[in-house]
Write a protein that binds this ligand. Structure first.
Ligand code: HAM
Length: 433
């Protein structure tokens, strides 16, 4: 029978790459927890209406990128979608659980998101995000702290030198409506010269035209009205406050006045962390403030801000970065120590020994040989596992209440260590390799 393949735009994460993805998620989650963000887990499917209201009807995501679920209830149109992003769901969930009203919250999530896009390197139909959202904080100090938390994440992943911060303020919805009208009036006489996407956006979402990469559109935009001119005073002061804090913290950034974001819920601060190492898919993390979303989804007005970090892209960047840059922090070896039990060894004794080592050295990755066989075959397995050290507990060693310790890399000597001293001896060898 013909073998089956994975769906277009999805990935199988196996072997080293799976370990990489877990490492990225764990490392970044640890940074978030050090900033006191708490984990949440949300449904992978939500109502279509949540994204229409939350992300916005005129966005690419809602117009053409949602995976709609055919339900079995006989409805004539889909009412559920696979989540394309995590912010709308976070607001829905915290509101539904009664965790937003008069409260402050800092939460994070990690998992798959789904968008019907044309797949290419760094762009998938199922991709992984780790995102953080904060509720109940109106000031620019929160925005600044989010950005420093992201910076710490890049540092922990060893890729900070490849990523730069771009920042903008897009003001309030009213500011953008006035600006959008002015932009539309300016571009209308040139409508025929705009690229196809921009022509479509002219009616529904003129701001997104600022994202266009088409050369003629870019030329036309050179003399267009500028969003900066429409930003209200409060938004301006918020942005100045943020800039001052970032400068004070020594965090470099670039102001990019055409950064407007593809989701409708933002106001004031928006940002993207970009790299020049991944071709067209340059954004590794993006987010901003969305003070109006909680109310738009039925809650009491609550200031909020957050971001999503693309883990697939972080993995790609780490893969690329290693080629030029030596060792990055990483998931470590899959196995540190391989425990062999030659013929005649007492299984229970060896399993107890493994238990002792695991208890004494909580981060030790110990693989216990299974299935018997000759010692040289077991040692071969030990070598193939990548372990640094083989331990051999044969009948003679057991008799002497000791274990043979055989370094598998470098030129350390094999020796026999009394059982009570074994954990310390293993720790020393691992520390020095
Ligand atoms: P977003 O810009 O749509 O924002 O996505 C955030 C990040 O997810 C992107 O910068 C990118 O790294 C990654 N990403 C997006 N689409 C794909 C894809 N098709 N393949 C691979 N990676 C992708 C949001 O989703 C907002 N919810 C962020 C946010 C949270 N804003 C406030 N709170």
């Amino acid at each position: 029978m013909k073998a089956l393949s994975r769906p277009k735009g999805t990935q199988d994460w196996v072997a080293e790459r799976a370990r990489e993805l877990s490492f990225v998620e764990r490392t970044v989650a640890d940074v978030f927890e050090r900033y006191s963000y708490q984990p949440i887990r949300l449904p992978m499917m939500e109502s279509v209406e949540l994204f229409q209201r939350g992300v916005g009807e005129a966005t690419d995501i809602v117009e053409k990128e949602m995976f709609l679920l055919e339900s079995r209830g006989g409805e004539d149109r889909a009412t559920l979608a696979l989540r394309p992003e995590g912010t709308a769901s976070t607001v829905r969930a915290l509101e539904q659980e009664g965790l937003l009203y008069n409260q402050q919250q800092r939460v994070y999530y990690a998992g798959s998101m789904f968008r019907y896009e044309q797949p290419q390197k760094g762009r998938y139909r199922e991709f992984y995000q780790i995102g953080a959202e904060a509720f109940g904080f109106a000031g620019p100090d929160l925005d600044a702290e989010l950005l420093l938390m992201i910076r710490d994440s890049w540092r922990a992943l060893g890729i900070d030198e490849f990523i730069e911060l771009e920042l903008n303020t897009i003001g309030s919805a009213e500011d953008r409506a006035r600006f959008g009208a002015a932009l539309k009036a300016y571009l209308l006489p040139f409508a025929d010269e705009l690229d196809e996407d921009s022509q479509r956006r002219l009616e529904r979402n003129p701001l997104r035209i600022l994202d266009s990469k088409a050369p003629r559109t870019r030329d036309l935009l050179a003399d267009a009205p500028r969003l900066e001119e429409y930003i209200n005073d409060e938004a301006r002061a918020h942005f100045d406050g943020l800039v001052e804090l970032l400068e004070g913290m020594g965090q470099p950034f670039r102001c990019n006045s055409s950064l407007v974001r593809g989701l409708d819920y933002y106001n004031n601060t928006v940002f993207e962390w970009v790299t020049d190492q991944l071709g067209a898919q340059s954004a590794v993390c993006a987010g901003g403030r969305y003070d109006a979303l909680v109310a738009r989804l039925g809650g009491k007005p609550t200031p909020a801000a957050g971001f999503g970090l693309g883990m697939d892209r972080a993995v790609l960047l780490r893969e690329q970065a290693t080629t030029g840059n030596g060792a990055l922090p990483g998931p470590g070896l899959p196995v540190d120590v391989y425990l062999c039990l030659p013929r005649g060894a007492e299984q229970r004794w060896v399993m107890q020994l493994a238990g002792e080592l695991r208890a004494a050295l909580p981060t030790l990755k110990l693989r216990l040989h299974q299935g018997g066989g000759k010692l040289d075959k077991q040692l071969k397995r030990a070598d193939q596992s990548g372990a640094l050290l083989a331990l051999i507990a044969g009948p003679q060693e057991i008799e002497a209440n000791a274990v043979a310790l055989k370094p598998l890399r470098g030129n350390g000597e094999a020796r026999t260590v009394p059982r009570p001293e074994l954990a310390a001896a293993v720790a020393t060898v691992l520390e020095h390799s």
